[in-house]
Design a binder for this molecule. Sequence first.
Ligand SMILES: C[S@@+](CC[C@H](N)C(=O)[O-])C[C@H]1O[C@@H](n2cnc3c(N)ncnc32)[C@H](O)[C@@H]1O
Length: 297
Amino acid sequence: MIDTIAQYIYNRSMLSFTGHKKAVLRQRLEERMTSLELPNLAAYWDYMRQNSHEEPMLFDLLTTNETFFFRNGKQFDYLRQTIVPFIEEERGREVIRSWGQERPVSSQSIMKLRILCAGCSTGEEPYSVAMTLLDALRYPKAWDIEILAGDISESCITFAAAGYYENTRLKGMPHSCAGKYMRRTADGATVQDEVKRLVRFCRLNLGNIINGEPFPGFPPDFAGFDIIFCRNVMIYFSVEAQQQLVDTLSRSLLPGGFLFTGDAEPLHLYDHKLEAVREAGCLIYRNAETRKDVLSV
Ligand SMILES: C[S@@+](CC[C@H](N)C(=O)[O-])C[C@H]1O[C@@H](n2cnc3c(N)ncnc32)[C@H](O)[C@@H]1O
């Protein structure tokens, strides 16, 4: 029965519980069965199939949600010091070029920045990205920015959208950012609206995206993201699903776009056409195709 449940979870989410991870699955299911007062795995399997609200509960139980603000500082330094100024310059040139065209492209569509944080957990990652953008862009108000931040765990998304963090969760947050972008209380701090406005939280199952569903809130022909953060997520997938995720994320990056992965997720283990950004000194990859068209979405 444990194998049936593990296969079901894999089919639905790509989360892999084989080998030694099967013991983790068994333990978490036993805790859940105790709280539901169910006698065994067969009874739990029946219960899950009859109650659609159980699947999200199960994903909440099975995911590891560890995260913190500005995790892997080198990646945020490179985003702030190199990628943002580069995008600013490149898009500025595109706006000027568009003036000379017969049918000028609206600068609004050029000045769009679409960023994905896939597996964003409790929100520290997308908020760190938003704060970095606000700090690094010379004219943040000139940009139409959307950070799509998604996670399979519903409780994580609810927590993230509230934007309140106790002091213990603020480690890693530079003082300058805390002062500028958070409202302090005695026990913690709340993310300011200026930052929250840039982030759209949603329930996102990467398993569905791999299987061809569009990103929540985007049409099926969406051109892609300028920047994708997918860090410390694929380590929970099987090797086969990891390759499928790399394919999917590569396809979802605009020409010239950047992909950030977790410290334990170097992409040389997979087939892909992205280029490692070696000078960054951390794991960042780039879609080296050149940007021909302006985003249409
Ligand atoms: C360890 S956390 C990483 C959080 C953040 N990216 C970071 O690096 O700090 C992994 C997150 O991936 C999420 N996750 C796992 N499988 C997923 C899936 N199939 N689709 C979307 N999110 C998933 C988990 O719920 C969890 O919140």
